[in-house]
Design a protein around this ligand. Structure first.
Ligand code: NAD
Ligand code: UGA
Length: 470
């Protein structure tokens, strides 16, 4: 029986390993983590992350061939294949601060593997890492190897949150990069066999190590670039009377461009797009390619511009002041169907409104008050560094913020409503009831273009949608 161990029981490690266990009943999969709280949650009925379909998969395999444990040494030493899916945040200090990836967690994982291994291992990079990381990992492992043979593979993950299980069941592609030596090719084949249990052969791509590492950064940069492109056009739509939904539809009808990922928004969020582009920018700088670095930096700049443009629109529409006014924020997660708030545009929008002395009342169906308090109290890039994880109530952090468990409560007596996540339930709210409970004139700022602006205007709202005529 092949044994797999995965270091890192997060948004990637947990769902990915659960699906491998489901699809490969003959493989034993153990997910380990240094966080006891996370492992306890994986072993409970309240999983540490919200992801549609995940509960069912975990329930079916847990205790059969899927295990969660804090005993890193035991499971690393017993495994044939070790996935490393630890966090790779942006560095907050020192060389490359604000851009480069912080590989502290990765290096400590590699050192742990070197310390406890007693037999040959295939070590798989699952985390998103800078190009050439495999070389550094190889050095750490081989210099401490005690005669053990390690093969390093790059197998980046392309799942998106909210659709992780679907994406894992039916991936567009699985990418495996390895050394072009007989041992390297054997290792690639061994991992390919795991995925071949459910992924069609023609969707399993094999490349050299550096291509696999770079493809992940490039894919995220291309995806984020599409959003910044449509968001840049949304600003021009507002200035000219064009409608960004119509423009995006017309543009996307060109089969060379395609219709997906062209929804204008308040800005992209999530733990990876910004982090991975900044990482790409840093790698370009380090390789003496300032023009390429500038090109990609612009994707992040337009995203920041879009978020501040949104805040400016709220304040300027409300007679240039929101001081003392209640603003309801509907949605705090970075996208629907997840409770994840990492780099969510809601943080920047709320901080912007609070900076203008607004009173902010927040509702999100999946995000807790503690989480919102932590997010609003944190500095840029601190969120992915575990040391900062003390809970803090938002009321203690900032008296201007309240968190409610109901959209109607959040909007009661409010002067304006900002929709910042495209939760389906926000489309179905009783906006007449909301209007009746609000101060007048009542404003709606739809950062996700989810409501029917025409209908809301009929009720009496003043509505601002991204990239649409007023
Ligand atoms: P996460 O923060 O949710 O999980 C990482 C886990 O690793 C944490 O639970 C942490 O405690 C654990 N960890 C840290 N150091 C460890 C060590 N030495 N040994 C064992 N466990 C350790 O992060 P994530 O969202 O799962 O992302 C992990 C990686 O995958 C990142 O590189 C990210 O860029 C990449 N990625 C993420 C997504 C996504 O949707 N979140 C998608 C594709 C790729
Ligand atoms: C993204 C990629 O889609 C995954 O392929 C990748 O594996 C992952 O990053 C990663 O490396 O972490 P994720 O961040 O989970 O996945 O979610 P997306 O669906 O890509 O959305 C990212 C952000 O862009 C969200 O804030 C979303 O609301 C926004 N978005 C997305 C738009 O504003 N417009 C769109 O048309 C699409």
């Amino acid at each position: 029986m092949v044994k797999i161990c995965c270091l890192g029981a997060g948004y990637v490690g947990g769902p990915t390993m659960a699906v491998i266990a489901l699809k490969c009943p003959k493989i034993e999969v153990v997910v380990v983590d240094i966080s006891t709280a996370r492992i306890s949650a994986w072993n409970s009925d309240q999983l540490p992350i919200y992801e549609p379909g995940l509960d069912e998969v975990v329930k079916e395999c847990r205790g059969r061939n899927l295990f969660f444990s804090t005993d890193l040494e035991k499971h690393i030493s017993e495994a044939d294949i070790i996935f490393v899916s630890v966090n790779t945040p942006t560095k907050t200090c020192g060389l490359g601060a604000g851009k480069a990836a912080d590989l502290t967690y990765w290096e400590s994982a590699a050192r742990m593997i070197a310390d406890v291994s007693k037999s040959d291992k295939i070590v798989v990079e699952k985390s998103t890492v800078p190009v050439k990381t495999a070389e550094a990992i190889e050095k750490i492992l081989t210099h401490n190897s005690k005669g053990i043979n390690y093969q390093i593979l790059s197998n980046p993950e392309f799942l998106a949150e909210g659709t992780a299980i679907q994406d894992l069941f039916n991936p567009d592609r699985v990418l495996i990069g390895g050394r072009e030596t007989p041992e390297g090719r054997n290792a690639v084949q061994a991992l390919k066999q795991v995925y071949a249990n459910w992924v069609p052969e023609d969707r399993i791509l094999t490349t050299n190590l550096w291509s696999a590492e770079l493809s992940k950064l490039a894919a995220n940069a291309f995806l984020a670039q599409r959003i910044s492109s449509v968001n840049a056009i949304s600003a021009l739509c507002e200035a000219t009377g064009a409608d960004v939904a119509e423009v995006a539809y017309a543009v996307g009808k060109d089969t060379r461009i395609g219709p997906k990922f062209l929804n204008a928004s308040v800005g992209f969020g999530g733990s990876c797009f910004q982090k991975d582009i900044l990482n790409l920018v840093y790698i370009c700088d380090c390789n003496g390619l300032p023009e390429v670095s500038e090109y990609w930096k612009q994707v992040v700049k337009i995203n920041d511009y879009q978020k501040s443009r949104f805040v400016n629109r709220v304040v300027s529409s409300m007679f240039n002041t929101v001081a003392g006014k209640k603003i309801a924020v509907l949605g705090f997660a970075f996208k629907k169907d997840t409770g994840d708030t990492r780099e969510t545009p809601a943080i920047d929008v709320c901080k912007g409104l609070l900076g203008d002395k607004a009173k902010v009342s927040i509702y999100d169906p999946q995000v807790t008050e503690d989480q919102i308090g932590r997010d609003l109290a944190m500095n840029k890039f601190d969120w992915d560094h575990p040391i900062h994880l003390q809970p803090m109530s938002p009321t203690a952090a900032n008296k201007q913020v309240t968190v409610t468990w109901d959209a109607y409560e959040a909007t009661k007596e409010a002067h304006g409503v900002c929709i910042l996540t495209e939760w389906d339930e926000f489309k179905k709210l009783d906006y007449k009831k909301i209007y009746d409970g609000m101060q007048k004139p009542a404003f709606v700022f739809d950062g996700r273009n989810v409501v029917d602006a025409g209908k809301l205007r009929e009720i009496g709202f003043i509505v601002y949608s991204i990239g649409k005529p007023l």
